[in-house]
Design a protein around this ligand. Structure first.
Ligand SMILES: Nc1nc2c(ncn2[C@@H]2O[C@H](COP(=O)(O)OP(=O)(O)O)[C@@H](O)[C@H]2O)c(=O)[nH]1
Ligand SMILES: [Mg+2]
Length: 290
């Protein structure tokens, strides 16, 4: 694996004899390489430089502490859980391959373990036959009901039926997997808005959540995806996957700074257990020191 930001930061401090313009330039490059995004990196380092100058900070610990403070200001975390006694509907969004189906299954297990007994997975990715089978298999393994229609059918109808199935068996949550087609923005927007209407109709007030799944290894592409999906249907929270497969992972900073979107969970592997609530402080600590 390539050098992480933390390793590079250590190397930068040991090679720099003084904290000067070159140091801050190198630091900017490193932040860009760490997937913070160019705009955010330049702005943050400009601010860091003027703070260090004003407050006469020139030691490693002092600079890292200030950098942490500045990055932490941009990262947003949100704690997300289904409301007990209510009809909750969560829609999983994101482009192909980011981990929507896997994460839907992980969430089902996570909330089942945390006391939400009634969970229905909705196979609203009707675009690929394999997606329906994949979710069915997860449901079998986890002992969670899955509602699906035929390949090619209307995803909104699947969510509709899943929500009815849930209501018939008491309060709980529907987790809807969706297709991640980004081939054509207008089509995506139209399709999502239709599912969106069904979900808001079927969920109790305040219990419908739109969750965007992003792949931490895709860097700034994830920021662009967040922009597109957030424009189409307002996103409530982000789940960041494949955090185990990247030495970068700084994209949550630019998503927070540019779009104000919070992260709810982070996934660190393919197993059901590899999901944790997102903690902004330990995320930034990891980023700076790993
Ligand atoms: N290493 C790793 N792989 C993951 C993670 N989440 C999902 N994957 C893998 O990413 C691939 C695509 O996942 P899938 O759920 O099918 O993506 P979808 O197309 O968005 O539904 C699968 O091979 C998953 O096992 C994660 O957190 N870490
Ligand atoms: Mg899928």
């Amino acid at each position: 694996m390539k050098q992480s930001f933390g390793e590079k930061l250590k190397a930068l401090f040991s090679k720099s004899s003084s904290i000067n313009e070159d140091f801050f330039e190198d630091l900017t490059d490193m932040l860009v390489e760490g997937d913070i995004g160019a705009k955010t990196a330049f702005e943050v380092v400009d601010e860091l430089e003027s703070i260090c100058d004003k407050e006469k900070i020139n030691d490693q610990a002092g600079i890292v502490a200030k950098l942490k403070e500045l990055l932490l200001r941009d990262v947003r975390a949100v704690s997300l859980a289904p409301e007990a006694g209510k009809q909750n509907v969560w829609m999983m969004l994101g482009v192909n391959g980011v981990g929507k189906t896997t994460t839907a299954a992980k969430l089902a297990k996570y909330f089942k373990n945390n006391g939400t007994e009634n969970i229905v997975l909705a196979s609203a990715d009707t675009f690929r036959a394999a997606a329906i089978e994949q979710l069915a298999l997860h449901g079998e393994r986890l002992g969670v009901r899955v509602v699906s229609h035929q390949h090619g059918s209307d995803p909104s109808a699947v969510v509709y039926d899943a929500a009815d199935a849930l209501r018939a068996s008491g309060p709980g949550m529907v987790i809807a997997d969706t297709a991640g087609r980004l081939h054509n923005k207008e089509n995506l927007v139209r399709e999502l808005q239709k599912i969106d209407r069904t979900c808001s109709l079927k969920a109790d007030e305040g219990c419908y959540k739109k969750i965007l799944v992003i792949d931490a290894t895709t860097g700034q592409n994830a920021l662009r995806q967040a922009e597109v999906f957030n424009e189409a249907v307002k996103i409530d929270a982000i789940i960041m996957t494949k955090y185990d497969s990247t030495a970068k992972g700084g994209v949550a900073v630019s998503i927070g700074r540019e779009l104000g979107l919070p992260v709810a969970f982070v996934c660190t592997g393919e197993a059901y257990e590899n999901i944790q609530p997102f903690n902004a402080e330990s995320y930034i600590d990891d980023f700076l020191t790993m």
